[in-house]
Design a protein around this ligand. Structure first.
Ligand code: TXA
Ligand code: MG
Length: 310
């Protein structure tokens, strides 16, 4: 993708003034602000209507820029070398000297760190004197944005500037791994657990439903298109759309397909766009056919399961 330096400069100038801008990443678009600035981080929470106790991911250009803020360890360095920049977020301990805003982390001693791969955001990060805090660019609890027009749909004029970067190539959020002690996956995402496993060569536990959420009812609704979703549906109700993993022979207007032939990576990339499209097409609910629970299918099922708590 060709980098438009005038656009980068515009985003940079706004960020320097502690304003928020939307940024493209390879996973999903983000709402970015200066991670060292309390006022910028406050604006992010307000724009997204995000509960202040849900900390933000901090995006860096490279390792060199991270060193002042976090303690690094062997597992982190192995994964950084293999996958960064890329769709993975690391939970690390912050250093006493860390300059990250306490607003961004909700005063946590840990930090979620990511090195996005998208060339536009890399070009921006390269020119900044600070890392950027950026949650996904959607209203809290709703489907993430994978194009600039998705961001416009959600925020309208409230967002000062959207840095154009085309459609996000991965289409779901980064995989989050806690590396402070034994590796622990906290969110399934754009990088498969089995490839992480191959590099670390040790057991990785999966804790995607944190134990502090004690009852299923407390599981926060997330990734919702704003209408009910039924999983593993066997029949379709009136005014309902049907979402299938691959194209079926039946061609009805209310049939939607995540991929042509069932490719799970392609399906992941299309997931949020199709959920948004079904809502725009005015269906009142979504019936989802069975999706294979392997590889990226696990990420898709995780998002749809959370979205079904509507
Ligand atoms: O792909 C992505 O990760 C996108 C793009 C924009 O980079 N960002 C993203 O951010 O998905 P957000 O804020 O929507 O999700 C961040 C998740 C939240 O579930 C939050 O609770 C968790 O990261 N998180 C942030 N800091 C944490 C920490 N110190 N410990 C554990 N979890 C943390
Ligand atoms: Mg999000």
């Amino acid at each position: 993708m060709k980098i438009n330096l005038a656009n980068i400069k515009k985003a940079k100038n706004l960020l320097n003034k502690s304003e928020c801008v939307a940024i493209p990443t390879e996973t999903v678009y983000g709402i970015a602000g200066n991670a060292y600035s309390d006022s910028a981080c406050k604006k992010i929470f307000k724009l997204k209507k995000r509960p202040t106790n849900n900390p933000l991911i901090i995006h860096y250009y490279n390792l060199k820029k991270l060193k002042g803020d976090c303690d690094l360890n062997g597992d982190f360095l192995k994964l950084y070398k293999r996958f960064c920049p890329g769709p993975i977020t690391f939970i690390l301990n912050q250093k006493k000297t860390s300059k990250i805003s306490k607003i961004a982390t909700n005063k946590k001693s840990t930090l979620a760190v990511r090195f996005p791969k998208h060339p536009v955001v890399r070009s921006l990060l390269k020119y900044l004197r600070f890392p950027i805090a950026a949650p996904s660019a959607n209203i809290s609890s709703r489907v993430s944005a994978v194009t600039s027009s998705d961001v416009k749909d959600d925020f309208g004029k409230k967002i000062k500037y959207i840095l154009e970067g085309g459609r996000s190539s991965v289409g779901v959020e980064s995989t989050i791994i806690d590396l402070r002690k034994k590796p622990k996956i906290l969110r399934l995402g754009g990088l498969e657990v089995k490839v992480i496993q191959k590099i670390l060569k040790k057991k990785i536990s999966i804790k995607i439903n944190p134990s502090n959420i004690s009852a299923p009812g407390q599981l926060r609704i997330h990734y919702s298109p704003g209408i009910p979703i039924r999983l593993n549906a066997k029949e379709i109700k009136k005014d309902e759309a049907l979402l299938l993993i691959k194209k079926s022979k039946i061609n009805k207007p209310n049939y939607y397909f995540l991929s042509k032939k069932g490719n799970l990576k392609e399906a992941t990339k299309n997931l949020y766009t199709i959920l948004r499209k079904i809502k725009k097409d005015n269906y009142k609910s979504i019936a989802v056919g069975k999706i294979p629970n392997k590889g990226f299918g696990k990420t898709i099922n995780d998002r749809l399961m959370r979205a079904s708590k509507f």
